[in-house]
Design a protein around this ligand. Structure first.
Ligand SMILES: *[C@@H]1O[C@H](CO)[C@@H](O)[C@H](O)[C@H]1NC(C)=O
Ligand SMILES: *[C@@H]1O[C@H](CO)[C@@H](O)[C@H](O)[C@H]1NC(C)=O
Length: 298
């Protein structure tokens, strides 16, 4: 049986406007207008991760500065990327000032327990409060660098941590992922059944006036895709370490990014690294450990 002609005409019109509608809309209404309208909405009832999907940084009271970093691919597997100018000098100084009164002997993580004052790690550290605009901007910058590595609404950036090494302090070979995934203190209290692990690490150097050739970050199991050490602002950023792998020079403002977990969620043993002993002066860095969550309530 043939369909009535007007029905066919109607469905063609619907199909055509479904296709052309957004095209015409996007032609006549610029994206910035739509974004502006979104920013006018009161989205405060939404959970933060969902709200952030609709908001640009300009919709918060203070703007985050545009990033000015450049990236250098060092290793594909495990993935390790060197980031030049991840934070500005002003940002570094402000974070150092924020953390100065908070620094305490660093805790060390071994199979899910923290114990301060271990000989494997002799440094000072402080978690950074998440109510600082500056810290939130750097976390947002890191989050956008990660792209789809985190699932919006499920995963979190976690708190950033400042770490300081002074003369002869070091952190022996270790990995940043947990052999046994962890539960947050908040989830322990509320009984929410989810676990997390540190999917990746940003190690950002904030300041360093230590002796040349000391205090490098050494990855014994990472090989570079190119034999020529890359340079950033005229500095060679890594050298081949005498015991194998790559040793990265601490250069203020720059960061090392790497992925800690294999695709199946297991920790990647090849991401083992050490903060080599610091000679003279002070080296201050910031760790950002994005968290992936799993379990029935994730
Ligand atoms: C995850 O993948 C790695 C590398 O392919 C493998 O060695 C490991 O056994 C896997 N772990 C699990 C729990 O499947
Ligand atoms: C290195 O920097 C720290 C922190 O700014 C400062 O207290 C110290 O005097 C400096 N040391 C040297 C050797 O320049």
């Amino acid at each position: 049986m043939a369909k009535p002609l007007h029905l066919i005409a109607l469905s063609m019109t619907v199909a055509l406007s479904a296709y052309l509608g957004p095209l015409l809309l996007s032609h006549f209404i610029p994206g910035s207008f739509i974004q502006h309208q979104l920013n006018q909405l009161d989205l405060s009832f939404l959970p933060t991760p969902i709200r952030s999907l609709f908001q640009t940084p300009s919709s918060t009271n203070q703007k985050c500065p545009e990033h000015t970093y450049t990236t250098h691919l060092i290793s594909l597997d495990p993935l390790l990327i060197y980031i030049s100018n991840f934070v500005s000098q002003t940002e570094s100084q402000a974070i150092v000032d924020l953390s100065n009164p908070l620094l305490e002997p660093s805790p060390i993580v071994s199979h899910g327990t923290d114990s301060a004052g271990s000989q494997a790690r002799t440094s000072w550290s402080a978690p950074l409060a998440q109510d600082s605009h500056l810290v939130n901007c750097i976390l947002a910058r890191s989050s956008s660098f990660l792209g789809t590595l985190l699932s919006p609404g499920r995963d979190e950036m976690g708190p950033a941590q400042v770490v300081r090494y002074t003369d002869s302090q070091k952190f022996d070979l270790h990995t940043d992922w947990f052999a046994r995934p962890r539960i947050t203190d908040e989830d322990r209290e509320t009984g929410r059944r989810r676990l997390y692990n540190r999917v990746a690490t940003f190690f950002v150097v904030l300041q360093s006036n230590i002796t040349e050739g000391s205090g490098e970050t050494w990855f014994p199991k990472v090989r570079s895709i190119t034999p020529h050490p890359i340079t950033a602002e005229g500095d060679r950023v890594w050298r081949e370490h005498e015991d194998g792998g790559l040793a990265f020079k601490p250069i203020p403002g720059n960061a090392i990014f790497w992925v800690n977990l294999l695709p199946n969620g297991t920790g990647d043993a090849r991401t083992v690294h050490a903060g080599l002993p610091v000679k003279g002066g002070v080296k201050t860095g910031m760790n950002i450990w994005p968290r992936v969550f799993f379990g029935p309530d994730a």
